[in-house]
Design a binder for this molecule. Structure first.
Ligand code: ZN
Length: 69
């Protein structure tokens, strides 16, 4: 059986520590980013403003507790 050790990563975009599969930034300078930043970039690309992005992320966070701190 394949084990999946939890490895903490630091998001280069927002500095969050996370231990789930990273998202890939649409911006080449960042590379692998945290899922929140991935969600923000995706929402931004469809014209969702910052305030609305944070509301959506808050809803996601109620369902998933992925951050180390
Ligand atoms: Zn981030």
């Amino acid at each position: 059986m394949k084990t999946n050790p939890k490895i903490s990563k630091i998001c280069p975009k927002c500095g969050a520590v996370y231990n789930v599969r990273p998202a890939i930034s649409r911006t080449a300078e960042y590379g692998e980013i945290c899922p929140d930043c991935g969600t923000r970039e995706a929402l931004e690309s469809i014209g969702v403003d910052k305030e609305e992005q944070e509301k959506i992320l808050a809803i996601i966070h109620r369902s998933y507790n992925i951050y180390v701190n």
